[in-house]
Ligand binder design. Structure first.
Ligand SMILES: *Cc1c(COP(=O)(O)O)cnc(C)c1O
Length: 477
């Protein structure tokens, strides 16, 4: 007992002082730009843990470890670096889901990224008219472009599409009735439920038709003097197939006109170009919907549009003006960085010789499958050269999904690299890839881990190979 107590005291006394430990790493390159307070705090924590380990080992009857200052210093550095690592990080999306809400939906175009940094590094003319030298709405930077793209009289942008729907209904249908088909009462992930948004806006929901069939007469029969608008919601994240009938926006617009009612379509995904020649059908553009007589359309900017998170309202200028004056407009106001990214993205549609090249989402949706296959082969060849021993891998054709609540039935041909470890389970491999820097997010099917090359960039192929090599090495060690 006495001997143990001595060993403990020796081990505890051998621990360096906080200052000594901090000084031992003072010159470390990685810590150059890190606050001394954080280093001191981490050193204290590491020493406290070391002390606890010594005391616990005594209680459990084993010999207390004698901590070396070098090892403690390494622990401090590790802890500091872990603390300063941002929580929001870049990841590699190898899921094949192009608009993955959990992975940030649309990646931005290089011009959009440049625009964000340009307007945020200093001051900008956010609400300032440079010609007249006076205040001007921030919406003016973007409204003319949206008018042109959507073929609309007017437009207004807010935080996201949920906010767009909320402010449209709150402005134009508060305490009034909104008629909508039962087949379109949607829920999108992250708790966007149309009936809930409608309640928050103060509008009264009137459901018509059945889940699978709604006819124009259903809408007509539900119209009363309390009706404010007829609403159509694009079925962006699901489809009803089989024995179905729905009313087109054109028919609904004619009915609205007859009764002097507004007709609004929530488009959700906001495809600005016709993607049907790429096999992506059923995504009407705002231009088409407005041309068919809708008073207003709403859409997200970070789905098929390929921009930052924002909500776009476009259409009749009288209604847009009323929305602009709603006090809620301030609560859902778009920020300058988003505005810069959105303006740059929309300009790609108008002025880029090939928006399919410059807007990443469009590129990924329409990239030739042969090119995707070549990326899969490039990964395979890189792995061949690395002499991997514990992992089997092979390429195979497969299907990707657009995702993000868009084109739910569409399947885009792709190529994957399937990975199988000789001893680790598929979830262990998945977790290893997630813990890599950069984290690599994959998809699992049955017992295989699939790396889908449609959502991976050429530059990221090397990172994936590195990760697999690290996994191979770790497991064989
Ligand atoms: C995605 C979507 C929304 C919600 O848009 P956010 O930009 O995510 O707020 C609303 N309606 C439809 C039809 C959608 O597809």
């Amino acid at each position: 007992m006495r001997k143990r107590e001595d060993a403990k005291n020796i081990a505890l006394r051998a621990l360096p002082q906080v200052n000594e430990l901090v000084e031992s790493i003072a010159g470390t390159k990685y810590l150059k730009d890190i606050s001394r307070d954080l280093i001191v705090k981490s050193a204290r924590e590491v020493l406290r843990e070391a002390r606890e380990t010594i005391i616990n080992s005594l209680n459990s009857g084993t010999n207390p470890p004698v901590a070396e200052i070098n090892l403690l210093a390494e622990k401090v550095i590790e802890r500091v670096l872990r603390t300063v690592e941002p929580s929001l990080r870049k990841v590699v999306n190898a899921t094949g889901t192009i608009l993955h809400t959990n992975l940030g939906r649309a990646p931005l175009s290089p011009r959009a990224i440049e625009a964000v940094s340009r307007v945020s590094e200093g001051y900008c003319n956010l609400e300032y008219d440079l010609l007249k030298g006076e205040r001007r709405s921030r919406q003016q930077h973007i409204e003319p472009i949206l008018r042109e793209i959507c073929g609309a009289e007017s437009a207004f942008v807010v935080n996201n599409n949920a906010a767009a729907v909320l402010i449209v209904l709150s402005t134009l249908a508060k305490d009034k009735e909104v008629i909508i088909s039962r087949g379109e009462l949607i829920e999108i992930g992250e708790s966007f439920r149309l009936p809930d948004i409608m309640r928050e806006s103060g509008a009264v929901l009137v459901e018509v038709g059945t889940t699978n069939r709604t006819r124009i007469a259903d809408y007509a029969n539900a119209i009363t003097e309390r009706t404010a608008l007829l609403m159509k919601v694009h079925k962006s994240n699901y489809r009803i197939v089989g024995f179905t009938e729905e009313v087109s926006i054109g028919e609904l617009a004619r009915l609205g006109k007859e009764y002097g009612l507004l007709v609004v379509e929530d488009l959700g995904s906001g495809a600005l170009v016709d993607l049907s020649s790429f096999g992506l059908k059923d995504e009407p553009t705002p231009r088409q919907v407005i041309a068919q007589g809708a008073s207003l359309v709403t859409m997200s900017a970070d789905k098929l549009l390929g921009g930052p998170q924002a909500g776009i309202i476009a259409g009749n200028s009288v209604y847009v003006e009323r929305i602009r004056r709603n006090p809620l407009a301030r609560a859902v106001r778009i920020d300058k960085m988003i505005l810069a990214a959105l303006e740059a993205t929309l300009r790609e549609y108008l002025y880029s010789p090939n928006p399919y090249k410059t807007i990443p989402i469009l590129g990924m949706l329409t990239e030739d499958t042969e090119k995707v296959r070549r990326r899969a082969l490039k990964l395979k060849r890189t792995l061949d050269k690395m002499e991997i021993h514990n992992i089997e891998y092979s390429t195979a054709p497969d299907k990707s999904r657009p995702g993000g609540g868009s084109l739910p039935l569409a399947e885009i041909p792709t190529y994957t690299v399937a990975v199988k470890h000789k001893s680790l389970s598929v979830t262990a491999v998945e977790n290893f890839l997630i813990s890599f820097n950069p984290p690599i997010i994959s998809r699992i099917r049955e017992n295989s881990l699939l790396l889908d090359m449609r959502t991976v960039t050429d530059e990221e192929v090397g990172k994936i190979a590195e990760a697999l090599k690290a996994l191979d090495r770790r497991a064989s060690a």
